[in-house]
Design a protein around this ligand. Structure first.
Ligand SMILES: O=C(CO)[C@H](O)[C@H](O)COP(=O)(O)O
Length: 229
């Protein structure tokens, strides 16, 4: 089974946990995309849920799929969130933020009763921080000074760029109006400590380390579905 199919079977498996009446956190990314398509079909067949999106991109897809949306203002507690990840370890720790949605994803994760993470097998890692650079969202004011402080922890980081309308690469601006630093670790042996140290730097909004948040990781593999948790 190729990677795309691995993503699809993992994402669709996660939607089997959704029941009418639930408030559902809608994650971001190319894996969750398949869950959004499936949820859309389920809603059109009568499933009665509201979704809270973790990004403007997901909101757009959910609207196109006719998934009713809500906000944390009216629905402060979520029953279940389906989200992706960029790297996962055997302790269910995650690196997220490859899609630049980590702040909203962490807020949603924090208020969800249950979190299902959907990935393909390439995301499973022995030591977190060895296969994917850690995204750190920072405010634009004084960002160079913030980067200097971040680099004291990770050694080296790069400002994430994205193509703009003029055809050139410009700093990527998140849904929250901030920049992203991608931090190159050679493994993160103590993820919780690094998460807290990074978040203690003035100018850092949030980072993509998620510790003790996932209840289950659904992994699409070349030979079918595997679970962690
Ligand atoms: O954290 C995320 C977005 O901020 C995504 O969940 C993560 O990047 C995985 O995306 P994909 O399923 O496209 O690999």
């Amino acid at each position: 089974m190729n990677t795309e199919n691995q993503k699809k079977i993992a994402a669709e498996k996660a939607t089997e946990s959704i029941r009418s009446g639930m408030v559902v956190g809608l994650g971001t990314g190319s894996t969750v995309y398949y869950a959004l398509l499936k949820l859309g079909a389920m809603v059109r067949e009568g499933l009665d849920i509201v979704g809270i999106p973790t990004s403007a991109g997901t909101e757009k897809i959910a609207i196109a799929e006719q998934i009713p949306l809500a906000t944390l203002a009216t629905h402060p507690t979520l029953d279940l969130t389906i989200d992706g990840a960029d790297e996962v370890d055997k302790d269910l720790n995650l690196i997220k933020g490859g899609g630049a949605a980590l702040v909203r994803e962490k807020i949603i994760a924090n208020t969800s009763k249950k979190i299902l993470i959907v990935v393909d097998e390439s995301k499973v890692s022995r030591v977190l921080g060895t296969t994917f650079p850690l995204p750190v969202e920072i405010v634009r004011f004084g960002w160079e000074a913030t980067q200097t402080e971040v680099n004291r922890i990770c050694g080296e980081s790069t400002l994430r760029l994205a193509p703009a309308q003029d055809g050139n690469q410009h700093p990527l601006i998140t849904d929250n109006g901030n920049y992203i630093l991608d931090c190159h670790f050679d493994g993160i042996p103590a993820p919780k400590e690094i998460e807290l140290r990074l978040n203690n730097i003035p100018g850092v909004v949030e980072n993509g380390i998620f510790v003790n948040r996932a209840d289950k990781i659904i992994i699409g593999t070349s030979s079918g579905i595997r679970y962690m948790g």
